[in-house]
Design a protein around this ligand. Structure first.
Ligand code: ADP
Length: 529
């Protein structure tokens, strides 16, 4: 069947009741109907599901949809079934089905009734399922959440690596459709390579969300008061606060409650009933704020979330983008506020240090990008979009003024001489130290490690005492981001000088350091802690 022979607009209306395609949907559907391998990169809410559902419904045979999320699969199947009088039009195939149910699924597929079959990767790779699917007509295979195939994505699933091999067995001409909402250039390359679809036509929608305002604040001990102040300024509006630990979720929810803010906690440690209750309370607007771990949000489609606060920095910019993406879905205001402290970064690094080296290396690199984002003085939108392989004009692009760095530019100061001083100290202490000892050496403060190495008797000890600890820490991090220094992964955090750093010492150039944002704390509000 060729895309030209079918009136896909008519089919869209007939099955989904929509009169127009959204974004790139029409082109994607045509590509699929033309039996081409197709790669779809669209942000969450972009309308990816319809891209494979419509062609599946109007083609001969069954489309296989691989998805890692069993709960979401079930929702999708229910949604498809509601479009038709036949339950058999869509099925899930997984290990929880009884023998009788499996027989029914197979019967519906063989008779041509089933248009969409949702499977988890671990079910698809089972030999008995492969054998069965080889004997029926498969229209195409859609791989949802395709970034799960890449170790560089934020949700690597090793089972995804076997998919290519299985799909090949289903026939040479079965097209593959990869879909994802998060794909840096590195992840995109991995997806195309691992699915063996370098010939795929790629459709990439813009990731820009012009109505979202991005802001990063320095995390201080007054963070709770600051969050309360922020929420009071957004009185009655819906928001999500993400924390890394369950303990913190509970603590913040409680502080908000005592301060008269209607908030509930949400994390995987709560029983299913409480979780469902809290989620519903948020959706029904019985509470304004959900304080949650990343367990909250998958499949949540509340259009008027007005703010997303990150109490702790996320592990990657992919996660950050996805979590902040839950704000302002209706196109209205969406304030994305992240609190940043380098101590949190070190905590995450320490946590990762127990993992296998390859995983550590990737986790470390992803985290460095978050640090760079938090510390950047450039347009945050430009930075984020660049990360996703998209160019953005920070002067004329849509939403260009929607971030703190643009509205309230950081002061920049020339730090060429200090960079040289810092680099020399890293070089001359011979790669013994982590950030803390390097800064201590600069300001002339002794601790046990420094004593042990007798660095305090060196001539350069205290040579940077004209600036304080905070200054040197900030500079060191910015110099790391600039690539003149690097952190050793295996030794967890030993700072080394790079080739570029050695060149800098020989031939210093201008280095504009940005000062940390300071924000004003008013003391007149009553905060109960
Ligand atoms: P994604 O999977 O990319 O996150 P979904 O497939 O869940 O996005 O679609 C997001 C929303 O957009 C859904 O509510 C869906 O019904 C709606 N939608 C999809 N296509 C269209 C269309 N052509 N016209 C109007 N609404 C659409």
């Amino acid at each position: 069947m060729n895309s030209n022979e079918i009136d896909i607009h008519k089919e869209l209306k007939k099955y989904f009741g929509f009169s127009q395609f959204k974004g790139l949907q029409e082109q994607v559907i045509k590509s699929i109907l033309n039996k081409q391998n197709t790669f779809v990169i669209m942000p969450t809410g972009g309308g990816k599901s319809l891209c494979y559902q419509l062609p599946a419904l109007i083609q001969e045979g069954t489309a296989i949809v691989v998805s890692p999320l069993i709960a979401l699969m079930k929702n999708q199947v229910d949604a498809i079934r509601s479009l038709s009088s036949e339950n058999g039009i869509a099925h899930v195939l997984n290990s929880s089905l009884t023998k009788t149910e499996i027989a029914q699924v197979k019967k519906d597929i063989s008779s041509g009734l089933t248009k969409l079959l949702y499977v988890a990767p671990e079910s698809l790779i089972k030999e008995e399922n492969v054998l069965f699917l080889k004997s029926v007509t498969v229209s195409f295979v859609a791989i949802d959440e395709a970034h799960c195939i890449s170790e560089w994505g934020h949700d690597f699933r090793p089972e995804y690596r076997n998919l290519k091999h299985i799909i090949k067995q289903l026939g040479d001409d079965v097209p593959i459709i990869g879909l994802t909402a998060t794909a840096t250039p590195k992840v995109q390359e991995d997806i195309l390579k691992n699915l063996d679809m370098s010939d795929a036509t790629t459709f990439k929608a813009s990731f820009n969300r012009p109505n979202l305002y991005y802001e990063v604040r320095t995390k201080t001990k007054n963070i709770e008061a600051d969050i309360i102040r922020f929420i009071r300024q957004h009185k009655g509006k819906s928001g999500i606060i993400y924390c890394l630990s369950r303990k913190k979720v509970e603590a913040i929810a409680e502080v908000l409650q005592v301060n008269g803010i209607s908030a509930v906690p949400y994390h995987a440690g709560l029983d299913a009933k409480t979780r469902a209750k809290h989620q519903d309370m948020f959706l029904m607007e019985d509470v304004d704020v959900v304080v949650a771990t990343i367990a909250f949000g998958m499949g949540i489609d509340k259009p008027d979330v007005r703010f997303v606060i990150h109490h702790d920095i996320p592990k990657s910019l992919e996660s950050y983008y996805q979590e902040t993406g839950r704000a302002g879905r209706d196109g209205g205001e969406g304030h994305c506020l992240a609190y940043y402290s380098y101590k949190d970064v070190e905590k995450l690094e320490k946590f990762m240090s127990g993992k296998p080296v390859a995983e550590q290396e990737i986790g470390f690199a992803l985290l460095q990008e978050v640090v760079a984002y938090a510390e950047t003085s450039m347009s945050r939108r430009k930075f984020l979009l660049h990360y996703f392989g998209e160019e953005f004009d920070s002067e004329t692009g849509e939403g260009a003024d929607m971030d703190d760095n643009i509205r309230n530019p950081k002061t920049k100061i020339e730090a060429k001489d200090q960079v040289v001083k810092l680099l020399e100290i890293v070089r001359d202490t011979k790669h013994l130290y982590k950030s803390k000892e390097i800064v201590f050496t600069l300001i002339g403060r002794v601790n046990a490690v420094i004593k042990a190495h007798r660095t305090d008797s060196q001539s350069f000890f205290g040579s940077g005492a004209d600036h304080d600890e905070k200054y040197w820490m900030a500079l060191l991090r910015q110099v790391l981001v600039a690539g003149y220094l690097s952190k050793d992964i295996e030794t967890y955090g030993i700072v080394k000088i790079t080739k570029a750093g050695l060149d800098f010492i020989k031939k210093p150039v201008s280095f504009m350091m940005s000062e940390d944002h300071e924000y004003n704390e008013s003391e007149d509000e009553a905060i109960v802690t």
